[in-house]
Design a protein around this ligand. Structure first.
Ligand SMILES: [Mg+2]
Length: 321
């Protein structure tokens, strides 16, 4: 067994394009056949590597998932059918297309291979231009599926995220809060919430000019993300208003966290077109009360009332309900 080595990757770039060459892994235990396929693919502009057996093929595919795998079926150890199934179970290679290239020519073999999820099936001895066309078609399909998956996950993220800051938007934040409350009741675990509002936002807007404080809001989101704990959820609640869900947190711990956030914002130097600016934030904290069993809105209203007191008490401070 030898480790698969990739050729063509650094040296070959598509004529006129910046696109990297597609990577095709060949899993083939017959060295002569493997090298022949590799040469054919390289001539067609692909980066190719040969794994000389199923174990090598598995580790190579997992280490750096290729764009396509050409796979022999009859191999010692694990056969191609099993290897293909194994790769489908792995997160990293779930969507890596496989073409079987095999001497097994019976219809039942072909059907079995395609049923297992192979995108194509080529019988040896194969005709070279046909193999290259099939490779090209499989890669075209892979590229459009990748694009669809990317667009889908972008859409899903958009529906939940505030477009300016990337934080949870109000709707998503409220959903999270409802879930967190249900969980806290079931676990008899305290849950707290912070409401934060940038102080003197009108002056910040004036400082940032036509960009209207968007930069400050983005930087504020960054400070918040870095200061809260991993289990906390940060949302943009309104214009310059942010909120944090703090699971497993009683009111003392919430005030402690709020104070840390307040200090982090005060210490941060906000960059803008006119230079740098110090910004402060006022914070209100409230803990969910399972006895009163009020909902998410009531919890936020109490945090908001505490925030109002923080404003009234001179801003740049923390108050709790
Ligand atoms: Mg074989």
């Amino acid at each position: 067994m030898y480790a698969a080595t990739w050729s063509n990757e650094a040296t070959h770039s598509r004529i006129g394009g910046q696109e990297r060459p597609r990577r095709v892994l060949i899993v083939e235990d017959d060295e002569a056949v493997g090298e022949m396929i590799r040469a054919v693919l390289e001539r067609s502009g692909y980066a190719a590597a040969v794994a000389d057996g199923p174990e090598n093929g598995l580790s190579e595919a997992l280490a750096q998932p290729p764009d396509l795998i050409l796979m022999d079926i009859m191999m010692s150890g694990m056969d191609g059918y099993n290897l293909a199934q194994r790769l489908q179970r792995e997160e990293r290679t779930r969507y890596t297309p496989v073409i079987f290239v095999t001497a097994l020519a019976k219809t039942s073999d072909v059907v079995h291979g395609l049923d297992l999820g192979a995108v194509d099936y080529v019988v040896k001895p194969f005709i070279v231009p046909e193999l290259v066309s099939r490779v090209k078609a499989a890669l075209r399909l892979k590229a459009s599926q990748d694009e669809l998956r990317r667009a889908n996950s972008e859409l899903a993220a958009l529906a939940l995220a505030d477009s300016l800051t990337g934080l949870h938007n109000r709707r998503s934040f409220m959903e999270r809060l409802e879930q967190s409350i249900a969980y806290s009741i079931r676990r008899r675990d305290p849950l707290s919430c912070l409401m934060l509002d940038l102080d003197h936002f009108k002056e910040i807007n004036d400082f940032y000019g036509h960009q209207k404080g968007d930069i400050a809001l983005q930087q504020m989101a960054g400070v918040l993300r870095h200061t809260v704990r991993i289990a906390d959820t940060v949302g943009r609640y309104g214009g310059e208003e942010f909120a944090v869900i703090c699971p497993s947190t009683d009111i003392h711990a919430a005030v402690h966290l709020a104070e840390r956030v307040r200090a982090a914002v005060e210490a941060h130097r906000f960059d803008g077109p006119e230079g740098r600016l110090s910004i402060t934030v006022s914070v209100g904290c409230a803990v969910y009360d399972p006895v009163l069993n009020t909902g998410a809105e009531a919890l936020l209203a109490r945090a908001d009332a505490a925030l109002y007191r923080a404003k009234r008490d001179g801003r740049n401070c923390v108050r709790s309900a």
